[in-house]
Design a protein around this ligand. Structure first.
Ligand SMILES: Cc1ncc(COP(=O)(O)O)c(C=O)c1O
Length: 416
């Protein structure tokens, strides 16, 4: 029985519980629910922190590349950081111009480089001397000039999960920062290349601003050296990485992050670029799911089984990530420790172990918080599970921005 304590569950901080009920009834569960207002405020806060300093925000599409989300971010004035040609194409479909898109990726194929050059993207963030050479040849063959930012690896520990740390020299990303001056000289010597920037990205879900600041300082020092060598560039791209408080505590302050970057840059005269993903969209979304079973035998743990699993939210299985889990309508009764799991035949399909939650019963709606980033984009069809719908709320209105996938959608690519 649902009690009268239908207080707005904080998981539904994105919406009144009654709106969440309506979404569950009409769109079904599991479903991702995003709140446009939360995203807008996060963007504006970050943008405003730059003050009058020339800057650009390039939304990292890898966090959430739903058309409606990219269009929304674009309407706020954002450019895009694309990590694949698929993301470049989505950005273009959302009305972004090639000169508002930077293209990053540790293994860009020849055809992707060809397309990036043909489009005239704002910057191709180059990851290796080999890639630089391939790019120079492609641009020369086309009789054009490719705009290059060199991704440097500053060998700085982001103090994040090792699977999402990218700034150590043991990581596959970028070129060692001490190799950068020679590569910039090479770029200057090749008529088909134009150096436009320095790029760094040391990882994601970074909760201390210190490593981000040190990376920024390293990039600024490199820019000064380049200037001393008479090598001109246009921008410094500090990547993304600012973390969020998945536990509901106090996370890093995104505005303070910007202030530190601005301070590190001094009056370098270059445009400052950032590529935030998680900090913009993460807190703006929840995964709405329903309890399908509660299993409690005297000799075993209590398991709460949801209709969402690692196919809809892979982060706990992939990184042991923590997400708050909350009933939409809280029942009366003593909280109980339970494992909250998905329905998939893998033991790693577990969202929380020994989590103390209000009592839950079959049919109850539950939200998993902070699923606006790296959730829907990492979804899969494992077990032939259809991709869930995505819903975008804006004020009192909401709409389905991606319908639920059908079996026919899934099989459309196959022949038997
Ligand atoms: C190159 C690049 N830029 C930006 C981002 C966005 O990072 P975050 O979502 O942590 O802000 C990523 C993600 O790891 C990335 O690989």
């Amino acid at each position: 029985m649902t009690t009268s304590r239908d207080r707005q569950a904080s998981g539904a901080a994105l919406a009144e519980a009654s709106v969440i009920d309506a979404i569950a009834a009409e769109a079904g569960t599991p479903a991702y629910v995003y709140n446009a207002g939360v995203l807008r405020s996060a963007y504006r806060r970050l943008d405003a922190a730059f003050g009058a300093v020339p800057h650009a925000i390039h939304y990292a599409m890898k966090a959430n590349s739903a058309l409606a989300i990219v269009r929304l971010v674009r309407s706020l004035g954002s450019g895009a950081d694309a990590n694949s040609m698929g993301e470049v194409d989505v950005a273009l479909r959302c009305g972004l111009h090639p000169d508002e898109i930077v293209f990053t990726g540790v293994g860009k194929r020849g055809d992707e480089l060809e397309r990036a050059v043909a489009l005239g993207l704002l910057a191709i963030n180059v990851e290796s001397p080999g890639e630089l050479d391939r790019l120079a040849r492609i641009a020369a063959d086309r009789g054009t000039v490719a705009r290059v930012a060199l991704r440097v690896n500053p060998d700085i520990d982001a103090q994040s999960h090792p699977h999402i740390s990218t700034g150590l020299k043991s990581n596959k990303f970028g070129v060692p920062i001490d190799a950068a001056p020679a590569l910039f000289r090479e770029i200057a010597a090749r008529p088909s290349l134009r150096a436009v920037g320095i790029h760094v990205h040391i990882g994601s879900q970074i909760t201390s601003l210190d490593p981000l600041q040190r990376a920024a300082e390293a990039v600024v020092a490199l820019a000064r050296d380049l200037r001393g060598d008479g090598l001109a560039i246009e921008h410094l791209d500090f990547g993304g990485g600012v973390g969020i408080a998945y536990d509901g505590g106090t996370g890093p302050d995104a505005a303070e992050y910007v202030r530190r970057i601005v301070e590190a840059a001094g009056h370098c005269g270059l445009k400052l670029v950032i590529e935030p993903g998680r900090v913009l969209v993460g807190p703006a979304g929840v995964l709405l799911t329903r309890v399908v079973d509660v299993k409690h035998l005297p000799s075993a743990k209590r398991f709460v089984v949801l209709d969402a699993g690692m196919t809809e939210l892979m982060r706990p299985a992939l990184y042991g990530a923590f997400h708050r889990i909350e009933p939409v309508h809280e029942r009366a009764g003593a909280p109980l420790a339970c494992d909250v799991v998905g329905p998939i035949c893998e033991s790693t399909d577990t969202f929380a172990r020994d989590r103390v939650l209000p009592p839950l019963e079959v049919g109850d709606l539950v939200v998993i918080r902070d699923c606006g980033a790296y959730s829907a984009v990492m979804g899969s069809n494992y077990l032939r599970r259809p991709l869930p719908p995505e819903v975008l709320m804006d004020g009192s209105e909401w709409r389905v921005i991606r319908r639920r996938q059908t079996l026919d959608d899934m099989l459309a690519l196959e022949s038997d």
